[in-house]
Write a protein that binds this ligand. Structure first.
Ligand SMILES: Nc1ncnc2c1ncn2[C@@H]1O[C@H](COP(=O)(O)OP(=O)(O)OP(=O)(O)O)[C@@H](O)[C@H]1O
Ligand SMILES: [Mg+2]
Length: 217
């Protein structure tokens, strides 16, 4: 079982958007995936509870994380994604410590870059080097992406090669309790999620799809 923590001390950076899209991509690929929502706001939990299909989500306190991960591992989960909030009972730190991969969504603006320092401190404390996912970039603004990469180059983090652009499908999906891949499978947003998912499972050295279980007979 692998654990991904999604964190950013900046509000609205895209943590929950990233969480629900990665989790749904994993489910669509056949993995047993669970979201643990450590944010008292409970957005990922509420999103999942409005659906009848997986991925499932539980809202938990950071102190309960270790127990939950042990139970999920015993139950045969392949992937657990931890959504976190800001300043919520050390949730970011606890999640980062438990994670095999730490993802930090970040919008491409000066304020977001300034706020990133606090998130990177937190990752350092937890002993994890995070991957920044540039989020909500203006479609077609190649220069903005290059500038963002340059601005972050000296920071204590890696920057994922894949990005998410500002797409209406991401907003609509959250409102419809779906993912962009479900709502609009041929959209650019769905394509970006597929690329991000592929990259994520490569980082985790996890198979992108679950092998069919052998029949008992
Ligand atoms: N790539 C994107 N394109 C369009 N809208 C986006 C994108 N990423 C996030 N959003 C929208 O921005 C808002 C904030 O995103 P989200 O809730 O994922 O951020 P967050 O980091 O989880 O926020 P919080 O700190 O409140 O938990 C949401 O309305 C979401 O739909
Ligand atoms: Mg959130």
């Amino acid at each position: 079982m692998k654990v991904v923590a999604v964190l950013s001390e900046k509000g609205g950076a895209g943590k929950t958007t990233l969480t629900i899209h990665l989790a749904t991509a994993a489910h669509l690929a056949g993995l047993r995936v669970m979201v643990l929502d450590l944010d008292p706001q409970g957005s990922a939990y509420q999103w999942a509870s409005r659906r009848s299909d997986p991925p499932e989500a539980e809202a938990i306190a950071p102190v309960a994380l270790t127990g939950w991960l042990e139970r999920l591992e015993s139950a045969g989960a392949d992937l657990v994604i931890l959504d976190t909030g800001r300043d919520s009972n050390n949730a970011g730190y606890t999640a980062a410590q438990a994670a095999d991969l730490v993802l930090v969504p970040c919008r491409a603006s000066g304020f977001d870059f300034l706020a990133l320092a606090r998130t990177l401190d937190l990752c350092r404390l937890a002993g994890r080097r995070p991957n920044v996912i540039l989020n909500a970039l203006r479609p077609g603004a190649m220069r903005a992406e290059a500038d963002a990469r340059e601005a972050l180059a000296e920071q204590d983090c890696d920057i994922a090669p894949c990005v998410l652009h500002d797409r209406v499908d991401f907003r609509n999906a959250s409102m419809a309790a779906q993912s962009a891949q479900e709502l609009s499978p041929t959209s650019k947003a769905a394509e970006e999620v597929a690329t991000l998912y592929k990259w994520t499972v490569e980082q985790l050295e996890l198979s992108t799809t679950r092998k069919p279980e052998k029949s008992q007979t």
